[in-house]
Structures are given as C-alpha cells and as structure tokens.
Write a protein that binds this ligand. Structure first.
Ligand SMILES: NC(=O)c1ccc[n+]([C@@H]2O[C@H](COP(=O)([O-])OP(=O)(O)OC[C@H]3O[C@@H](n4cnc5c(N)ncnc54)[C@H](OP(=O)(O)O)[C@@H]3O)[C@@H](O)[C@H]2O)c1
Length: 323
C-alpha cells in the first residue's frame, strides 16, 4: 500500500481508503454485518488506514461497526472521516436554502458528539458536511461550530462533501482557507473535477478524497441488462429505466482498453483516479473481502501510460443518475 498526504494536514492516508456507506445497510439492502466486519479487518491488515463514513449511513450503524473494528486494531493509527447529515435530510443541498435549516451551529456540534460516541473515539480526524452549497461559504453557523469543536479537541480537520456532478460548487469554500479536504465524485465517467476543482485544491493545498470511483458499481462491469436490486435499495432508481442499457454500451467500449496495464474494469477505474496528482485517496465501497483484496493490490505506485490516460478521456460521460 502506498500513502499520500491529505493536503496540508499531517495525515498520510492509504491511497485506497474504505468507503463505508454500503456497510451501513439501509439504502444498500444486501449488506451483511459479518461480511462487512471481515472486509474492514482485511482492509486494515492490507494497509488501509483511512475509513470514510457518515452519521447518516444506516443512522449510525456504519459508524458503530467501524467503532468495533477500531477497538481491535487499537495499536494502529487508523484515520476516520465522518459527516454531519443535513438537519432537513435534503440531498443535495438546494440553492437559496438557509444554512440555519440545514447546518445550524448547535446541530453540527450535537451530531459530532453523537459520532464520537458511535465511533468510540475521543477525536474525529476529519469531520465533513454531508451536503454543500457554496452560497454558505461566508456563513457563521459552520464557522463557529468548527471553531468550538476544534478548540475542544473533538475534531482535527474539517471538509465538505461536494454536490454530485457539480464540483465547482465548492471553490468559494476552499478560498475561505477553513477546510482541509473536499470529497468529490471523480471517475472515468465524471472527469469534471479536473477542470477547476483539482487545480484549486493543488494551489491551496487542500486534500482530495475521491468518492464513487466505480459509479456505484457500473465501472466494475457488474451491471447487466438483467441486474435487479431490492425496491428500497437506491440502485433500483440509480440504474432504473433504460439506464442499465446505457451503462452496458459504455462499459463494452471500455473493456476494449483492458490489457497488461489494467486487467479488470475495477483496476482500470481505480488506476484512473489515482493517476491524478491532486488526489489524496480514493474510497471504494467494498463489503466483500475479495473486493478489498483486489482494490488494495492496485496501490503499487504505477502510473497510467500517457496513451491509456489519453484514451480514457474519450470515455467521459455527463449525466446525473442520482436524480
Ligand atoms: N455524498 C457523499 O458524501 C457520498 C455519496 C456516495 C458515496 N460516498 C462515499 O464514497 C464511498 C464509495 O462510493 P460507493 O460505495 O457509493 O460506490 P462505489 O465505490 O462507486 O461502488 C461500490 C460498489 O462496487 C463494488 N466493488 C468494490 N470493489 C469491487 C471490485 N474490486 N470488483 C467488483 N466490484 C467491486 C462494491 O461491492 P461490495 O460492496 O459488494 O463489495 C459496491 O457494489 C462510499 O462508501 C462513501 O464512503 C459519499
């Protein structure tokens, strides 16, 4: 496992981090706690030292599972990032919305205290706001909450999770100099952070956490025309209607690029994200030990050839399946 520094912080994070949305269950209906715990343990044994979770993932369940695992690895320095969910439970943040309805100061503090309990830790390495709207960049609510939590030693660093497919809606917040990391969708289909967000993060020494590297599973090749998910699982909507067919067409074209540089689609997808120098870590969701092992093996320091990097640019695809 290779490690990269998170922006200007002192944290050296494994290039492959653990995305812990799926292990929370709920919107990922096919989760199984025993399997998830095994996956977490295996990831740590393979050098993963960064886990990304959120208060909202299974309403604390993901954080609690991580808390159990942290206890049995107390001899290792594992960095945990979590998130404060919007008080009004509206994803994504709405333009024109009042931050006092979404992230009031005391609510940020209370949710953080609950996350500390769920995780069983005294301090959170990185606390993130789970939705963002750059109109809030000058607001006092988050500023005053961050200041208090930092002063009381409850949080080391702060960041934001940037709106799906709208990476530039974070540039003003980065300019405040008050956040150390952004979490953003960056994958072979959505290459948009390369235009403005990544150069800004490099200029300001802000860390980049890449989420959804597999486009919720399509970039692993797992989605076929026949794939179904339980009704309550968010992927029923994400891959609904004719979207599976659209995905299969795109993935078939990508398969033509597989060779000695990347033998599987998931390897290609991870290598694509790690190839950008602005990226600090990528956090695939992985509830199965075999996926943990495959993903960790990609962190070997090898860059993409210029030919493959150029070829991948042609596969960018603008759309929003979360809507
Ligand atoms: N708004 C936000 O802040 C936000 C939103 C979305 C995600 N996130 C964060 O980003 C993380 C990653 O995103 P995600 O989990 O939604 O989606 P993702 O990483 O794009 O895809 C996860 C899917 O890929 C599968 N997978 C993983 N490795 C594989 C491999 N080597 N071969 C085949 N399949 C593989 C997983 O299967 P198994 O799980 O069955 O192993 C799961 O079905 C989340 O867990 C969360 O921490 C944050």
């Amino acid at each position: 496992m290779h490690y990269r520094r998170l922006g200007r912080t002192e944290l050296q994070l494994s290039e492959i981090g653990f995305g812990a949305w799926g292990i929370g269950g709920h919107l990922w209906q096919d989760s199984n706690d025993d399997e998830s715990l095994q996956a977490l343990h295996r990831a740590i044994d393979l050098g993963v030292n960064f886990i990304d979770t959120a208060a909202a993932y299974g309403e604390g369940h993901s954080e609690q599972l991580i808390g159990k695992v942290l206890k049995s690895h107390h001899d290792k320095r594992i960095c945990v990032a979590t998130k404060v969910n919007p008080k009004n439970y509206v994803w994504p943040a709405q333009k024109g919305s009042d931050i006092r309805d979404v992230f009031p100061r005391n609510y940020i503090i209370e949710r953080t205290e609950q996350s500390l309990k769920n995780l069983g830790v005294e301090r959170i390495d990185l606390q993130q706001l789970h939705v963002w709207n750059d109109e809030w960049a000058g607001a006092d609510e988050w500023h005053s909450a961050f200041e208090k939590l930092r002063r009381e030693g409850k949080v080391w660093h702060f960041g934001i999770s940037v709106t799906e497919h709208d990476p530039d809606d974070s540039l003003k917040m980065i300019d405040t100099g008050e956040i150390d990391a952004v979490q953003v969708i960056y994958n072979i289909f959505d290459q948009s952070p390369e235009s403005a967000l990544f150069p800004k993060c490099q200029q300001k020494h802000v860390g980049v956490i890449v989420r959804v590297p597999f486009d919720e599973g399509s970039l692993t090749g797992a989605i076929t025309g026949q794939t179904t998910f339980p009704p309550e699982d968010f992927r029923t909507h994400y891959f609904g209607g004719d979207r599976k067919t659209q995905v299969v067409d795109r993935i078939d074209k990508l398969r033509a690029l597989l060779d000695g540089e990347a033998r599987t689609l998931s390897e290609l997808a991870l290598r694509f994200t790690l190839n950008h120098p602005a990226v600090s870590t990528v956090i695939p969701g992985m509830r199965k030990t075999r996926n943990v092992e495959a993903n960790c093996s990609v962190s070997d320091g090898r860059k993409l050839s210029p030919e493959l990097a150029t070829a991948l640019k042609q596969h960018a695809w603008q759309r929003n399946f979360y809507r």
